[in-house]
Design a protein around this ligand. Structure first.
Ligand code: CDP
Ligand code: MG
Length: 882
């Protein structure tokens, strides 16, 4: 296709130009230390914190636990000193009085008044999030200062602020929220709900958080990285505020899960904070395990709900699946199976059908309806007739929209085999997930229409963040979607995994709020016992620490190894993170964060890729670098010819054909030197073109691309672009799926960018003295800097760079099969090393010949130096430096 430069066999004009000629016009090089991203250079004194972080081993003390019966003994006649009136509606007042936490108000306030730091634990739905801010407000905590409440999820921050405003009869000017780049906070704000990340940012500009009288860290059991770091920071800020005579209270709110991480951690709190447990009435829940574990848990869930709705007594159903797409697809199926239609409606539709058989009815399920109807007519059971309902509210949001970037799993709808079951109660099926608009979320708190059974299909937001009333049956798939951080790129992806025992039990507990309930686990007890972990691992243990380390350095926290993490990351990892950050130039040799480091920290990937993105942003190359990072974090994009089935001849032929396509993709000149990264860029662009024509699968199999890898890359590109837009507002980058191949100059800049980010992964060709017969491979032998190893690495036969065998290369990764091979290889010029990887260069004194020259324009002296690179002291060519 002549219009599309990505299509195989077409070469853009620029790639025809000869390398040596074009080299002259290409001296537009990147200045690695001049990053033109706006940087807030705010220095806040947190020396006090750094001096303060010391480990004091103290005898273990039991936390003070105040249980229900004990509290009855203590009389609490004292009223808080100041009391602010709140006028609530009667309806709200009645609803509040049902919450168990209301009975504990005096006791909670008493403990807060007398202690700086307290832990408040209570089952989900006991009223922590909505009521504690109100208690504090009424006790006068918002008179001079604000009350801060942090949530790990953005949606919770918004919806909880709205709920509390409504309960208190206050405007959203007074009970407000603030999430990144969005909020309704005013000067009159009294209670401020925010994401944990936002509060962390505020600490950077106001270390003592002086505008708050209380900080409530909500959902601490979720163990989000930001909440964890906030706990560590606040454990030091609170005593500092006390010392300054302007006390700050810290309330850590959590479900009753693993509280000892907070209370028994002597590094965190020298004296364990008091724990208040809000007791809730919990009815027994009978757990039913499946005998066998069926892989298709969505189908299994569907069947279970059909059984519940057709055979079991009244009572709401709550189903746990893993993500937004699964929720929507299951809701759709259930609505088809148990429609809210009037009996008469079904009848009428059926008659129409019989008369106009030929007309194209859009409802593909009419046959199902017909069958269901026949069954219903012969069945003795009565169909309940439900009153008219406004079905507008019942629509599924995002029905036709794209999945959010949080949820990227491919779920195929298989509604075709759903039969409408008419001899059962209509099912009021509602979706629930964190990105659902809050007015739709609110639906789950309302009663279903009369005659209908409530069925909520939810992600794990219903596990602890939201409580749905009137649930008697829980259907638990046992699955959860977990964020995985690619160890190489730090790019996140999502995989479906077994949840933990603790959260499975939380899920089951949702069935026992009203009365005795049942929990159907769609997996066997053996799987539960053997494969489920006790608790979910805190996020901090799953994330690469380079990123975290830099973020904390940006907050001026010096001694990160001494930081009081609730769960500390690995010590060795912290140390090597520091080294890598120094090599990158994100930290100087005193361990302080540099301007470049601050720019890097804005990008949501590992710092080395952050640096590449920061530099690309400066050169207007973001779409390319985003695409490379996405492609590099997906395994096996370019396939090797599979063994088996085809003959040796055919294999050889296919291999040659694929390789020549890749060579074409790699282009000529600087494009070719961009090596396998260029192949990836072009392959993705060409595949996207084929995709837009609906020929992706054929295209992939013809050209040796893994189909799933291409769709994965697309998702990552969209996700990464979105994240960058969120974090770097001046980056005007859009995803153009059919990326144009870079021009020669751009290709050269991209090589420099790759070197700047991966300068610690350079390899140098080993010149074999003589290539022995049959030892063809020796040609591809390289030595590498990374860890001083004697063992050589190899350029893979499949790499396009085997045509040029450049002297120096950077690689993305080393992998081992029968030998050690480099992956993601790009050619670099040795003269670039001193400029882009200064941290690993050892430069000589200025030479006297040619003589140093003073440049009056720059005010600098230019001179020539020689030097060596890396731990193996590879000699560098003489270069001019300023
Ligand atoms: O934080 P915790 O899980 O302890 O409870 P909460 O979120 O404060 O919820 C207390 C009650 O308020 C629950 O019974 C919810 O059903 C109800 N609620 C509501 O009706 N509407 C909301 N937007 C939020 C909560
Ligand atoms: Mg809550």
């Amino acid at each position: 296709h002549p219009d599309n430069p990505n299509v195989v066999g077409f070469e853009s004009d620029s790639s025809h130009s000869d390398t040596s000629n074009s080299e002259n016009e290409l001296d537009n090089e990147i200045e690695p230390n001049k990053v033109e991203i706006e940087i807030e250079e705010k220095e806040t004194a947190c020396e006090e914190l750094n001096n303060d972080i010391t480990v004091v081993p103290e005898p273990k003390q039991k936390p003070i636990e105040i249980k229900e019966d004990e509290s009855k003994k203590v009389s609490l006649p004292r009223k808080p000193a100041v009391y602010v009136d709140v006028i609530r509606s009667k309806e709200i007042q009645i609803a509040r009085l049902k919450l168990p936490i209301l009975a504990e108000e005096q006791q909670i306030m008493e403990v807060i008044n007398e202690n700086s730091i307290i832990v408040l634990a209570g089952e989900t739905g006991s009223g922590k999030t909505t009521q504690v801010p109100q208690f504090l407000y009424e006790a006068g905590y918002a008179l001079k200062h604000q009350i801060a409440v942090t949530e790990p999820r953005r949606v919770a921050a918004i919806s909880m602020s709205q709920r509390v405003a409504k309960e208190m009869n206050l405007s959203t000017k007074e009970v407000s929220y603030l999430i990144r780049f969005e909020g309704n906070v005013t000067d009159d704000t009294k209670i401020k709900f925010m994401t944990d990340g936002v509060l962390l940012k505020e600490i950077q500009t106001d270390f003592l958080l002086s505008k708050y009288s209380v900080v409530i860290l909500d959902e601490a059991h979720e163990r989000s990285v930001y909440t964890d770091i906030l706990i560590g920071l606040l454990s030091r800020i609170v005593p500092l505020r006390n010392k300054k005579g302007n006390p700050l209270k810290l309330v850590i709110m959590s479900a009753t899960l693993r509280l000892e991480d907070f209370t028994q951690n002597l590094r965190l709190f020298k004296a364990p904070p008091p724990v208040i447990k809000v007791e809730t009435r919990q009815f027994p829940v009978t757990i039913h395990f499946n005998k066998r574990t069926n892989e298709n848990y969505l189908k299994e869930a569907f069947n279970k709900i059909v059984k519940i709705n057709t055979q079991l007594p009244e009572g709401g159903v709550l189903v746990f699946v893993t993500g937004q797409q699964e929720v929507i697809s299951l809701v759709r199926k259930l609505r088809k199976a148990f429609p809210l239609r009037h009996k008469k409606n079904i009848l009428k539709k059926n008659k129409d059908l019989i008369h106009k058989k030929d007309e194209n009815e859009e409802d593909s399920n009419d046959e199902g309806i017909e069958r269901g109807l026949k069954k219903a007519l012969t069945s003795k059971k009565k169909i309940k007739i439900i009153p008219e309902i406004n079905l507008d509210d019942y629509s599924i949001p995002g029905d036709s929209g794209i999945a959010s970037d949080e949820d990227l799993s491919d779920i195929e709808d298989d509604e075709t085999d759903v039969t409408t079951i008419t001899n059962a109660q209509p099912l009021w099926t509602l979706p629930l997930y964190s990105l659902l608009p809050s007015f739709k979320q609110q639906k789950v708190f309302e009663d279903p229409p009369p005659g209908c059974r409530l069925c909520v299909v939810s992600t794990n937001v219903a596990e602890t963040s939201l409580t749905i009333p009137n649930i008697k049956y829980v259907v638990d798939t046992g699955k959860t979607k977990v964020k995985l951080y690619d160890k190489v790129t730090g790019v996140t992806s999502y995989v479906v995994n077994w949840t933990s025992k603790a959260s499975a039990n939380q899920r089951a507990g949702r069935a026992g709020r009203l009365g005795p309930g049942h929990c159907y686990r769609l997996y066997s007890s053996a799987v539960f016992n053997d494969e489920f972990q006790d608790y979910s691992i805190p996020e901090i243990r799953q994330k690469p620490v380079d990123d975290l380390y830099l973020q904390m350095k940006c907050m001026n926290i010096d001694k990160i190894v001494n930081f009081p993490f609730p769960t500390a990351p690995d010590l060795m990892q912290l140390k090597s993170a520091q080294t890598r950050l120094e090599t990158l130039g994100a930290l100087n040799n005193k361990g302080q964060v540099t301007a470049l480091g601050r720019a890097i920290s804005k990008f949501p990937v590992l710092p080395r890729y952050g640096k590449m993105l920061a530099l690309s942003h400066q050169q207007d190359l973001l779409p390319y670098t985003i695409c490379m990072i996405a492609a590099l974090s997906v395994q096996e994009v370019l396939l090797e010819v599979p063994i088996g089935q085809i003959s040796l001849e055919e294999r050889k032929e296919t291999r040659q054909r694929w390789f020549s396509t890749r060579l074409q993709w790699a282009g000529r000149g600087n494009s070719l030197l961009l090596g396998d990264n260029m192949v990836l860029l072009r392959a993705v662009g060409a595949a996207e073109y084929a995709h837009s024509e609906g020929k992706l699968e054929v295209f992939c199999s013809e050209n040796g691309l893994r189909h799933k890898a291409i769709t994965e890359i697309r998702k990552l590109r969209i996700q990464l672009t979105g994240e960058i837009k969120k974090n770097v507002p001046d980056a005007s980058v859009v995803v153009d799926p059919k990326l144009k191949p870079p021009e020669d100059l751009q290709a050269k800049l991209l090589r420099q960018i790759l070197l700047a980010g991966m300068g610690d992964q350079v390899a140098k060709k080993i010149q074999p003295d003589e290539v022995k017969e049959g030892e063809d491979k020796a040609k591809f032998k390289y030595a590498y800097t990374a860890n001083n190893m004697e063992e050589p690495v190899f350029l893979h036969q499949g790499s396009v760079l085997k045509k040029t065998l450049p002297e120096y290369v950077v690689y993305q990764e080393i992998y081992e099969t029968n030998r050690m091979y480099m992956r993601g290889v790009t050619a670099v010029e040795p003269e670039w090393l001193a400029t882009y990887v200064p941290g690993l260069c050892n430069l000589s004194e200025p030479m006297m010949s040619p003589e140093p020259r003073y440049n009056p324009n720059t005010g600098k002296v230019h001179c020539t130096v020689s030097g060596t690179f890396g731990s193996q002291a590879w000699p560098l060519p003489n270069i001019e430096i300023a």
